[in-house]
Design a protein around this ligand. Structure first.
Ligand SMILES: Cc1cc2nc3c(=O)[nH]c(=O)nc-3n(C[C@H](O)[C@H](O)[C@H](O)COP(=O)(O)OP(=O)(O)OC[C@H]3O[C@@H](n4cnc5c(N)ncnc54)[C@H](O)[C@@H]3O)c2cc1C
Length: 330
């Protein structure tokens, strides 16, 4: 296996991610099933790979402006998901620093969060130890095709690298690589700004979802927060969004009154046009596999396993059925 990364491992969307592992919201059943299966893989992966930080911290849902909480709990528990109603008193016991909670509230114990960049680095390190070649700082210029029209490798630095199969997992750049091969992949890349504070004493244990603010506390004590899961208006300056997030953290969390912005990130969520991942071989051209997705942190472990199964053993997991690469082709 050869891994070719244009920049550094774990940058781009992965470095700018809130990195919450969950299977709620934006949720047709097949998408739920894939994400729920992947959540179950995270503890296994974290146990198997050194330096991979995954915390099954749980989530307090208090962002009831987004949905009808009771219906939301009922839908997900009917699918076997770990989500339950909690009273204001219970929520205050679980997360005493969170202010101004307004019910109804829900809690999941099995959701978590990942240090996504560190996880990508840890996985690339493991791959290298297992014999993979890892190139960083060199972009793939193009995918190459042999005389029969089959993909046979990539061009990198004007040099051909031959391959039995090429997996394009280039996030929001994926269309630029596959469209010259005649493979359509309409992509949106909504912007997401996250603010990171300077470290604070431990205030919260879980992912906390409030109206207009989602916040979690990283291992070093820094609060990591965003405002919207769908992308913010493009005319808002990232610096302003970040300062607003810090202001909201100060008023929403007891103990964060003196929170200071350490830095902010601007990321673009690689999101295929219908909002769901594209995982599979386009039937238009042999030798090409696409793996690009939203919810890429949640989905990473299961998708990695399923892609390996399909490429090595020609076994496509039924959970991938709705997410094939042919759905945008003419
Ligand atoms: C603000 C924000 C919040 C998010 N929150 C969550 C969340 O809470 N939970 C969740 O599950 N997901 C979340 N996501 C989504 C998740 O982070 C992404 O789905 C995931 O990181 C995508 O990973 P990726 O490797 O596919 O893409 P990327 O991380 O963008 O990586 C693509 C890589 O391809 C490389 N590349 C591009 N072109 C080439 C080329 N020509 N040659 C070689 N390499 C190339 C790039 O350099 C880059 O490193 C969030 C994303 C954002 C931006």
């Amino acid at each position: 296996m050869t891994l070719i990364e244009a920049g550094g491992i774990g940058l781009q969307a992965t470095a700018a991610s809130w990195a919450w592992t969950n299977a709620t919201a934006h949720n047709p059943k097949p998408y739920f099933d894939l994400r729920a299966a992947s959540m179950a893989e995270w503890p296994r992966l974290a146990a198997a790979v050194p330096d991979l930080t995954y915390v099954e911290s749980g989530t307090l849902y208090a962002d009831n402006d987004r949905f009808d909480t009771e219906a939301f709990i009922a839908n997900h528990t009917a699918w076997g998901y770990d989500l339950r109603p909690v009273s204001l008193e219970q929520a205050q016991q679980y997360e005493p620093a969170v202010r101004n909670l307004v019910g109804p509230l829900a809690l999941s114990d099995s959701e978590g969060a990942v240090d996504a960049s560190a996880a990508a680095v840890a996985l690339a390190t493991q791959a290298r130890k297992a014999g993979a070649m890892v190139f960083t700082g060199i972009p793939v210029d193009a995918v190459s095709v042999d005389g029969t029209g089959r993909v046979d490798g990539v061009i990198m630095n004007e040099a051909p690298i031959k391959a039995d199969e090429v997996i394009v997992a280039a996030g929001a750049e994926t269309p630029r690589i596959v469209e010259p091969l005649g493979v359509a992949l309409p992509m949106n890349a909504p912007r997401g700004v996250l603010a990171t504070t300077k470290p604070l004493p431990r205030l919260i244990d879980r992912n906390i979802l409030l109206p207009g603010l989602h916040v979690r506390q990283k291992a070093d004590g820094a609060l990591l927060a965003g405002a919207s899961f769908g992308g913010e208006a493009a005319d808002l300056a990232p610096e302003q969004i970040a300062q607003d997030l810090v202001a909201r953290m100060r008023t929403s969390l007891t103990g964060a009154e003196g929170a200071e912005l350490d830095h902010f990130s601007v990321g673009y969520r690689p999101t295929p046009a219908d909002g769901f991942p594209v995982i599979g071989r386009p039937s238009k051209i042999a030798g090409l596999y696409i793996a690009t997705m939203h919810s890429g942190v949640t989905l990473a472990p299961i998708v990695a396993r399923f892609v390996a199964d399909e490429i090595l053993d020609d076994r496509r997991d039924p959970l991938l059925a709705p997410f094939g690469a042919d759905r945008f082709q003419d």
